[in-house]
Ligand binder design. Sequence first.
Ligand SMILES: [Zn+2]
Length: 482
Amino acid sequence: MKLYSTLDKDIVEIQPVKTGQVSMYSCGPTVYYRMQIGNIRAYVNWDILHRALMYLGYEVKRVMNITDVGHMTSEDDFGSDFGEDKLDIQSQKEGVQPIDIANKYIDTVIEDFRALNILAPNGELLPVGLTHLDIQKYGFPRATEYIQEMIEIIKKIEGNGYTYETDQALYFDVTKVDDYNIFTGQALEEKEVGVREEVEVDPEKKHPADFVLWMKKVGKYEKHLMNWDSPWGVGFPGWHIECTAMSVALLGESFDIHTGGIDHIPVHHTNERAQNIGAFGHPAVKYWIHNEWVVNKDDSKISKSKGTKTYLPNLVGMGFDPMDIRYYLLSINYRTKIQFSHEALEGARNARIAITRRITELGSENGNLLPEFVLKFKDSLEDNLNMSKAVAILNELLRSNNQKGDILATVLDFDRVLGLDLDKVSVKEEGIEDGRLEELLSLREKAKIAKDYQESDRLRDEMYSLGFIVKDTPEGQKVERI
Ligand SMILES: [Zn+2]
């Protein structure tokens, strides 16, 4: 399989460390807010990669961390070690402990992953009813449970001479890694400009690009809520060390693929790579793979502060099925920017409905896989996840003159990668008793008047499961067969 390797600046053939097995680490959710469309995009893209690798016959060993440690950098201010502690602030705002905030938002991650058919890192769909209590079993390590591993790795880095300590923190000395800026090709001096402010926070910090491995509970962080003992005093780990600790603990000192958003490249992944070299004397990751952003119409990145309207429940509230969102995000290559708009989502919905409509026409005959289509589908996956081509092959298959049963069998085989619930489409077509639809519409009208949006959403979902899409228009509810 070929993928775009950020380090090689080229599309390369993936050659796993262990033949037949791909080990993959994905930077996971930061849990003090609900994820928005930009985050969802990354998880759908890497879910497609995960599923494609399995489809192509690889055994996939995958880990996705959950950042539930107090000190964390938000997606809006990457690179600052002395930034606001979002979990601390959110927990003060909501009047609960940081860990409760983390748990609450882990539950929303589970909800969204479940609704979008995003597989857990262990390859399973998250079961209904799963909560933060059991999430680790599915391949999501929590940073708070790897503090000891982080301390051990920091000790190694320190033992190898890559650190220095100030009154406020233990730092990684970036000048000790020759090719520290390999990702961006920037000279170290160029990095000074952006992070100059931080030097004022800690006057003992030597180079502006040096980053915190362990932050002490002093100064700005004197009242920090989540702390642990360490050889450098009571405090908490820097953000980058968690991914190094968890990836190496669970995948080993050399693993294949590390995924993340392109915003991770200049700081988070640059620092992760430096830490690996500091601890082990060699890089740990063979292929760094990055996804592009979801952007607004003016090309600016959709971020947490602006993106609340793009939370999955909000999009579902606008009448979109989670599978519309999934289809929208998966049909575009991970390296292409996605411009988010209502019209684009509607386009995706129409395309997906056309596919499901055709599938219902196929009936439920049994059949055999069509090898020529399977081969073409595989080729498109192997070609750096050429998903627009994969979707085009699906459509070509649906229009083909092959036996209905064979088409259906092949479509369902493709759905192992697409994850669009195409196997459930025909069930939705099993009739509906007379008057039931009218009854549901009138119940929903009443629920809307009573502003009981939960009930109105539930009724919309019920009609959807019966094969009807309900749209809210200025003239009232309009219903369409899927
Ligand atoms: Zn990470």
